[in-house]
Design a protein around this ligand. Structure first.
Ligand code: NAP
Length: 374
């Protein structure tokens, strides 16, 4: 019985339309032909030339029928994309390339998201995290997620909704922005830290196969926007903390860069289950900040150790909800005790060590401060 290579052999292939996998593996396919050709040669049903012709035909058919390996483009959803950390995450993802990004916001017409619309492979998507159907629609097709919401009193419900929806959408990994690790607890003095503890517990207990990492940053440089638009015109920066007490303040853009690098990491198992501290590259105190402002503005700025109640009142005047100003004021207890000088986790330093300094931040922002009041 001779061997012939004909149309029936092609049954072993799938067409490109059917998918990228052949019905049999390449190894099985090669073995099948090796055996058939050997059998034909042994039976002397094939001449050498005929065998070579069969092999050539076989190679050509394999090349024609085996579609190129499909490259899966990662689609990453970023919640809180208009915020300090979220916008930086979206920018970094666009810069890294090779991914498409859904940038979520409650208001796609807002000025905050306008710059994101110009980024390559970024789609701004309107979505309310309190509405699960809206998240499910926004998350169709996403493969990984970053959760960077601002503090609000419905944070537990909205962030848990997001976690549930990205898991249901089939995301393989999620990076969540938390808060300072040393006071993240369900009985924390700070309301938003209690929220984060609850959300992290939800993540830990419900994520299933989805891998996750939590970032626990130190005091954000952007908290000093209150200096820029509030107290600098009066020649002071006022905090309820010893002006010599140090803090390893971090630029949220560095946190966003880190989140982007984590979410695209080749193997999300590496950082799975980790809660990573993130601090800035150096420690500063408010005396040094005042000196940086003085240098940048060319007029004297003094660091004042003000009463806690005054700082809370100033925050509320500047637009913070009172509950948030009260919760945030607890930071100064730890800062004053020297507990805000904790280092970044080694995994953070290895992947994307925060680089931006307070001096750079002041240089960037101080010129935007209104002129001094008479
Ligand atoms: N400030 C710090 O020193 C510090 C330090 C460590 C950790 N953190 C943590 O970092 C997070 C804040 O990060 P961030 O400064 O990047 O945030 P952000 O800029 O204050 O807010 C991020 C985005 O969250 C969305 N958002 C706000 N309120 C919302 C609500 N009620 N429902 C749904 N979305 C809402 C907003 O987007 P849209 O309006 O476009 O929807 C906003 O642009 C907090 O979880 C905080 O605990 C802060």
């Amino acid at each position: 019985m001779g061997f012939s290579y004909d149309e029936s052999c092609k049954e072993h292939f799938r067409s490109p339309e059917e998918g990228s996998e052949p019905r049999v593996s390449m190894k099985e396919w090669v073995n099948y032909f090796r055996l058939a050709i050997l059998q034909a040669m042994v039976e002397k049903a094939c001449t050498l030339e005929k065998t070579e012709a069969i092999v050539d035909q076989m190679r050509a058919d394999i090349e024609k029928n085996m579609p190129a390996t499909k490259t899966t483009v990662k689609m990453i959803v970023v919640a809180g994309a208009s915020g300090n950390v979220g916008a930086a995450t979206v920018r970094k993802l666009a810069e890294l390339g090779g991914v498409s990004v859904k940038a979520l916001t409650r208001d796609s017409a807002s000025d905050k998201v306008a710059p994101l619309k110009a980024l390559p492979n970024v789609e701004v998507v309107e979505c309310d995290l309190l509405d699960k159907a809206s998240i499910a629609r926004a998350c169709s097709g996403v493969t990984a997620a970053v959760l960077t919401c601002g503090n609000n009193q419905q944070q537990v419900e909205s962030e848990n909704n997001f976690i549930d929806c990205v898991k249901a959408a089939g995301c393989t990994n999620l990076v969540k922005l938390g808060t300072v690790g040393l006071y993240t607890a369900k009985d924390s003095k700070s309301e938003y830290a209690r929220y984060h503890a609850e959300i992290e517990e939800h993540l830990e207990t419900t994520a299933g196969e989805m891998k996750w990492t939590v970032l626990r940053p130190n005091w954000f440089m952007t908290n000093h926007l209150g200096d820029i638009f509030g107290s600098l015109p009066m020649g002071v920066i006022a905090y309820p903390v010893d002006p010599e007490a140090k803090v390893a303040t971090v630029d949220p853009r560095d946190v966003g860069d880190l989140a982007a690098k984590l979410v695209v990491a080749a193997d999300p198992r590496v950082h799975h289950g980790m809660k990573l501290d993130v601090s800035g590259p150096e420690e500063v105190n408010t005396s040094q900040m005042a000196a940086l402002y003085t240098e940048s503005l060319g007029r004297p700025i003094q660091a004042v150790n003000c009463p806690l109640a005054d700082w809370i009142a100033g925050g509320v005047k500047g637009g913070l909800p009172e509950w948030l100003a009260v919760a945030a004021s607890n930071n100064f207890l730890y800062w004053g005790e020297g507990k805000f000088t904790f280092p970044s986790a080694p995994q953070v330093l290895a992947l994307a060590a925060p680089q931006r300094t307070m001096a750079e931040w002041v240089k960037e922002w101080a010129p935007r401060s209104p002129p001094p009041t008479a």
